[in-house]
Design a binder for this molecule. Structure first.
Ligand SMILES: Cc1cc2nc3c(=O)[nH]c(=O)nc-3n(C[C@H](O)[C@H](O)[C@H](O)COP(=O)(O)O)c2cc1C
Length: 258
């Protein structure tokens, strides 16, 4: 068993797990201010600061978003943040500085900026998650809010050149799930170059498969968790993802072919 080094930061990261049941208690406003500052201190590619977050404390709105995500626990979180990639603010600034934002000269809406802004948003969200956990809160990251992007855009009143990235539900934990197993280090970290030998890879994965199978997921306690390879094989042919493309991004003013 590897001995890790420990300090409070490392311990928060090593102890991280998704929380999907929350106590019905509001979060201290000072905590919210603190975790928002942590998010703002994340790195930003080219200092474009091209993300924003919508904070939702209103129960009705949380409920509406829980319906978009088909995940009732979203409504139970004390605070919900929807992180959006945001070139709208930069477009306003650029237009004010004389840039013809509505012409082909404008490039903040191209696919490169889209993924760059998405990276920034994810880094900020993760900083917020870590800060919240270090202050005793539990979180779950939410891709499910993208189940119905047009509805989310409508609920959040997102202007052009913005696009939802992920949600983060935060609250005092009402459950303590077991840590979910992680891949063996040997299949996820390589020294100097990628080792693509499939035999070796599968051999190193075998124990892990069983470990995942034994994992007890509070989300669906009635059903055993399938082995890791069964999960991956199923997701590898999931036709649903083909429909979840970036089509809605065009409606938000992004020129994702560029
Ligand atoms: C991008 C992203 C999207 C996710 N979306 C959801 C979600 O919509 N609902 C949910 O319950 N968990 C969601 N999760 C949490 C993952 O299911 C979870 O991180 C993973 O199963 C590992 O478990 P752990 O976080 O407890 O270690 C998401 C995680 C990530 C990184």
């Amino acid at each position: 068993m590897t001995e890790y080094m420990h300090n409070p930061t490392v311990d928060v990261l090593l102890d991280r797990r998704s929380i999907r049941a929350f106590q019905q208690e509001p979060i201290d406003p000072q905590i919210l201010t603190t975790i928002e500052a942590a998010a703002q201190h994340a790195a930003s590619s080219q200092y474009l600061n091209d993300w924003s977050a919508i904070r939702i404390l209103d129960h009705t709105l949380k409920q509406q978003i829980a319906e978009v995500g088909h995940q009732p626990y979203i409504a139970d979180a004390a605070a919900l943040y929807v992180f959006v990639l945001d070139e709208y603010r930069n477009a306003v600034i650029a237009r004010n500085s004389g840039v013809a934002v509505d012409s082909d000269d404008f490039t903040l809406n191209n696919s490169y900026r889209f993924s760059q802004a998405q990276n920034d948003a994810v880094l900020a969200l993760h900083a917020m998650e870590t800060a919240a956990e270090s202050l005793g809160l539990g979180c779950v990251i939410l891709g499910s809010i993208l189940n119905d992007v047009p509805r989310l855009i409508e609920l959040m009143k997102l202007p052009e050149y913005t696009y939802p990235v992920l949600g983060l539900a935060i609250g005092k934990p009402a459950q303590q799930p077991n840590l979910k197993p992680r891949l063996p280090r040997s299949v996820q970290f390589f020294d100097n170059a990628y080792n693509s030998d499939p035999e070796l890879m599968l051999q190193r994965m075998s124990e892990f498969n069983e470990e995942v199978h034994q994992y007890y997921d509070l989300r669906d306690a009635a059903h055993p968790v399938p082995t890791y390879d069964a999960q991956i094989a199923q997701k590898a042919v999931d036709q649903g993802v083909l429909e979840r493309g970036l089509g809605h991004a065009r409606a938000q003013g992004f020129d994702i072919e560029r």
